[in-house]
Each structure stands twice: as structure tokens, then as C-alpha cells.
Design a protein around this ligand. Structure first.
Ligand code: PLP
Length: 421
């Protein structure tokens, strides 16, 4: 029972190396965040030892009296945070939450209609190589080719053509707010259920800074680890009428024993998200994305044929459009990595380049808000990114990296933590 430094120095050294990587660089992958120390502790706790198949009060294992309380608290906090009738906090991940939603709402072979992957949708929204595209008849809608926005008229037209049993809202790479009310009306018009996967914007919804899909959707799924800043995992909210079906779709439908340590960490994260400080953090996230959008549309960047999809953002990310630029997404990602900033390349709608290089970069501001960034720091990092993209191969990477390091030092991640064990 020695601590990890002695029991497994090889892995211990890598944990420390990753801690340093996170502390020294600046994280701008839109789907990532930093959990609080309390979430880290809950997730690294003895609850990992416990089997608890079933639900609180109805388990298939003994010794569940403590974890029952943990799961009940997590469920109640999720319900109260989002004003939902029902919450299931057992899904191990966003993809598994989504698999359970399909299983609960429709039958294999039924038709589903979601946002296309290359227009910002997620793999689990009906992509051919995913279970959702293999077991269901997956149809997709794209963004409006002129505005690059999700357009209810386009969804309605497609829904009338393909008659889906399920319409999917939510996205992985899209910088605007969808009209949930209009989407629900379309679902009603064609007799479909309406499901929203709010994985990306769950934190913004919790803070009241993004419209909530909960009043409109039959079911809402989410991850806990993006803007919400919880442990890597999923959860599901729904109207009471779907409770039984969703419970059995998660367990025993998709999963065995729940990860009770992760459920404890989710409870902690839901608790954090209900506090006024969280709202402040989400506001800084949104402000940071707007600052970034403004800088990336300045003349020096524009001169390189670089623009932003939809000309701005309402959420925690911007989508850089490189279709008219010499630089591709891979080159942009690598250039920013050399400056100490982690982002990911992404296809953009109507992308002429293959997905392996892509013509977009997705840049998010949530993780830096968790690090404490406010307006002055977002202005500085936005200028570093703008200057780098405008200069391309000629960028003074060393000077830009020095500016990133200064910000990272002024806003330390996990101050006082220099080892993971
Ligand atoms: N749903 C959306 C909209 C996502 O963006 C993601 C992750 O990128 C997922 C689901 C899947 O979550 P996970 O990676 O936890 O399976």
C-alpha cells in the first residue's frame, strides 16, 4: 500500500509530467476544463472500490448505504440545478448517456435527425462509424450555407422529408445558440421526440447565461466535464414520464456497476455550479470568447483570408474559418502549440480540406476562466493568438511563448500542488 511514487514510479512521473504540462501551458480546447481540487479528491476516493449495480434503495449488492446517499445527493443537485423532474447521474461518459437516450426513446432501425458531424454535430448524433449511425437510420441536417447558422427552416424541411422518430439538438463545434422552442415545434409537427445533447453548454445553462433546453426537450443529455467543469462523465435529465425507461436503459441497458467515485465528484461539481462564483466564471468565459472573436476579426488576421464562422460567438468558443487561408487547421493547431496554447483543429461546414488537416480551429475559453482569467488576460491571450495566426510561418514563436508563460505564471493552476501524489 505504498504511495504511487514508490509503488509505481513510472506512472507517478507521468502524472507529474501531465500536471506540469497543464500548469505551464494555456488550455483552449473548447471541450476541456479544470476540475476543482474537491472534485479531484472525490474522484480519487475509496468509492472506486464499491459495486452498486441498481439505483439508491434498489441495489444488487450489499454495503450500499453510504453510496446510496452520495447518488441521491448527486441526483437532487442535478435536478435542482437545471429545474428537471428527473436526473440519472450514472452514465460513465457523454457517449454512454447518449446510447441510453436512444435505447430509451426509440427502437433500432428508427429514423433520427441530428446535426451533421462536419457541420459541428457529435459522433453519437448519427455518424456512420458510430453505433448511432449503424443501429439507427441516421439522417442529418446542416447549417444554413449563407449564415452558417442552424436554421429551423432547414430542419423542418428535412424532418418533413425523412419523418424521424427522434430529432436531436446540441452540438460539439458551433458558436451560437439554437432555438429549442422552434425545434420542439418541428418535432411535434412530425410526431418525433426531441432530445438535446447540451454537453458543451451545460455550464452556461447552469449559470443562467444560455437558454435551457429542459423546458422544451423530452430528454436532455450532457457531459459533466466541459463548461460545467466536473469529472469526465455524463448525466441525463428528463420529464418524469421517461424516468423508468431511462433508468433501465442506463442500467442494465448500457452499463453495469456505476462509477461511484465519479458520481461523488459529479455531486461536488453540481454543488459548485449552483454557487454565485460559478456564474461569475461562466460570465468571464463568455466575455473571453467575445474578446477573442473581436481580435480574430481585426485587419491583420483578415488580411490572411482568416475569418470566424458566423462572424462571432454567443457561447464559450469561436470557430476560426481557414477555408480562404493558406494555413490549414493542422498548421494553425501546431503553430499555437509552439506558442504554448492547446487548441484543436476542426472541420468547418463545406470544408474543402480532408478532416485530417481540416480548415477550422476550435478555440474555447472555459478552462482559462477556471484558472481565473478575466478581461485583461483574455485580451492578452487573444492578441497572442491573433498575432500568431496573422503572421503564420513568420510568427515570432519565442516571443509569443514568453507572453503565454507569463500569463500561466500569473494565474497558476492548482497553486501549491506540485505533485499529483
Ligand atoms: N456530446 C457532445 C455534444 C460532445 O461534444 C461530446 C464530446 O465531445 C460527447 C457527447 C461525448 O462525450 P464523451 O467524450 O464523454 O463520451
Amino acid at each position: 500500500n505504498a504511495p504511487i511514487a514508490q509503488a509505481d514510479p513510472e506512472i507517478a512521473a507521468l502524472l507529474d509530467a501531465e500536471l506540469r504540462r497543464q500548469q505551464e501551458g494555456l488550455e483552449m480546447i473548447a471541450s476541456e476544463n479544470f476540475v476543482t481540487r474537491a472534485v479531484l479528491q472525490a474522484q480519487g476516493s475509496v468509492l472506486t472500490n464499491k459495486y452498486a449495480e441498481g439505483y439508491p434503495g434498489h441495489r444488487y449488492y450489499g454495503g450500499c448505504e453510504v453510496v446510496d446517499q452520495v447518488e441521491t445527493i448527486a441526483r437532487n443537485r442535478a435536478r435542482s440545478l437545471y429545474g428537471a423532474d428527473y436526473a440519472n447521474v450514472q452514465p460513465h461518459s457523454g457517449a454512454q448517456a447518449n446510447a441510453a437516450v436512444y435505447q430509451a426513446l426509440i427502437k433500432p432501425g428508427d429514423t433520427v435527425l441530428g446535426l451533421a458531424l462536419d457541420h459541428g454535430g457529435h459522433l453519437t448524433h448519427g455518424t456512420k462509424m458510430n453505433f448511432s449511425g449503424k443501429f439507427y437510420n441516421a439522417e442529418s441536417y446542416g447549417v444554413n450555407p449563407e449564415t452558417f447558422r442552424i436554421d429551423p427552416d432547414i430542419i423542418r424541411e428535412k424532418a418533413k422529408e425523412v419523418h424521424p422518430q427522434l430529432i436531436i439538438g446540441g452540438w460539439s463545434a458551433y458558436p451560437r445558440i439554437e432555438d429549442f422552442k422552434a425545434m420542439k415545434e418541428i418535432a411535434d409537427e412530425v410526431g418525433a421526440k426531441f432530445w438535446v445533447d447540451m454537453a458543451h453548454f451545460a455550464g452556461l445553462v447552469a449559470a443562467g447565461l444560455h437558454p435551457s433546453p429542459v423546458p422544451y426537450a423530452d430528454v436532455v443529455s450532457s457531459t459533466a466535464h466541459k463548461t460545467l467543469g466536473g469529472p469526465r462523465s455524463g448525466f441525463i435529465l428528463a420529464k418524469e414520464e421517461y424516468a423508468k425507461k431511462l433508468n433501465s436503459a442506463v442500467f442494465p441497458g448500457q452499463q453495469g456497476g456505476p462509477l461511484m467515485h465519479v458520481i461523488a465528484a459529479k455531486a461536488v461539481a453540481f454543488g459548485v455550479a449552483a454557487k454565485p462564483e460559478f456564474k461569475d466564471r461562466m460570465q468571464r468565459t463568455l466575455d473571453g470568447a467575445k474578446i477573442l472573436a473581436e481580435r480574430l476579426q481585426a485587419e491583420d488576421v483578415k488580411a490572411q483570408g482568416i475569418s470566424l464562422l458566423t462572424g462571432g460567438t454567443d457561447v464559450h468558443l469561436v470557430m476560426v474559418d481557414l477555408r480562404n487561408s493558406e494555413m490549414d487547421g493542422k498548421q494553425g493547431e501546431d503553430l499555437l502549440a509552439q506558442c504554448g496554447i492547446t487548441v484543436n483543429r476542426n472541420t468547418v461546414p463545406f470544408d474543402p480540406r480532408p478532416a485530417s488537416v481540416a480548415s477550422g480551429i476550435r478555440i474555447g475559453t472555459a478552462a482559462l476562466a477556471s484558472r481565473g482569467f478575466g478581461e485583461p488576460q483574455y485580451r492578452e491571450i487573444a492578441d497572442v493568438i491573433g498575432t500568431a495566426l496573422a503572421a503564420g510561418k513568420a510568427a515570432d514563436v519565442e516571443a509569443l511563448h514568453a507572453r503565454v508563460t507569463k500569463l500561466a505564471q500569473e494565474f497558476p493552476l492548482y497553486p501549491g500542488l506540485d505533485q499529483t501524489h
